[in-house]
Design a protein around this ligand. Structure first.
Ligand SMILES: O=C(O)CCC(=O)C(=O)O
Ligand SMILES: [Mn+2]
Length: 207
């Protein structure tokens, strides 16, 4: 069993190729309305991953910090989260409330994401649902303390990961992708969708 950290669940091949293609079609509409950007970190480093969002709030970063905001940096509101994506959340998150944000990450050749925690949300009890599409990616997962032991696993197109419980605040990142390993995206690369509840609203106790 890979990544035996409580609250980490992986659903290999959860989306079949038809569903993957449908999500990509819907994401083309999202990206047309809210173009992918190459953001900079608060420290001034340009990220290799390009990003945009769908939903009530979008995650952004620039010299002023990491945050959620109601508008794309271009000034327009974020497009709605496509139904094809909300369906994945409904099937796997285990909660009834819809996510506020669908962060869309695009990894081109050489792109990676350093180890980090997802901690810009108001209540960490809500799970995070993460969808992989396109090229394979080497995902590295640690624990809630920086620098602890890590484990790696390859994520493939159609895989869905849920991080709840103790895994919700675990450090994680993408070391590299295998560019050209999938034919889902005609120009290659990888899309990752990260669905999150953002506000301070507490997650209800589950019976
Ligand atoms: O690309 C991935 O699989 C992870 C993305 C991620 O951790 C994030 O956007 O916070
Ligand atoms: Mn993350």
């Amino acid at each position: 069993m890979p990544l035996n950290i409580k609250g980490f669940r992986i659903y290999p091949g959860f989306l079949d190729s038809l569903r993957q293609a449908a999500v990509v079609t819907d994401l083309r509409r999202v990206v047309a309305l809210a173009p992918l950007l190459s953001p900079v970190t608060p420290g001034g480093r340009r990220m290799s991953v390009r990003m945009t969002s769908a939903g009530r709030l979008g995650w952004v970063t620039d010299r002023s910090g990491y945050r959620y905001q109601a508008r794309h940096p271009g000034g327009q509101g974020w497009p709605a989260i496509p139904e094809s994506v909300l369906a994945i959340w409904d099937e796997l998150s285990g909660v009834r409330r819809a996510p506020d944000c669908c962060l869309v990450n695009y990894y081109g050749q050489g792109a990676r994401m350093g180890m980090h925690q997802d901690k810009d949300e108001g209540d960490f009890d809500w799970p995070v649902v993460s969808v992989s599409l396109g090229d394979e990616a080497l995902f590295r997962m640690g624990n809630p303390c920086r620098g602890g032991r890590t484990e790696s696993l390859w994520l493939r197109s159609g895989d869905v990961v849920v991080m709840g419980g103790a895994a919700r605040l675990a450090y994680h990142g993408i070391d590299r992708i295998r560019f050209g390993s999938s034919r889902l995206l005609p120009k290659g690369g990888r899309l990752n969708l990260t669905l999150r509840v953002v506000g301070h609203e507490k997650m209800p106790e589950t019976p």
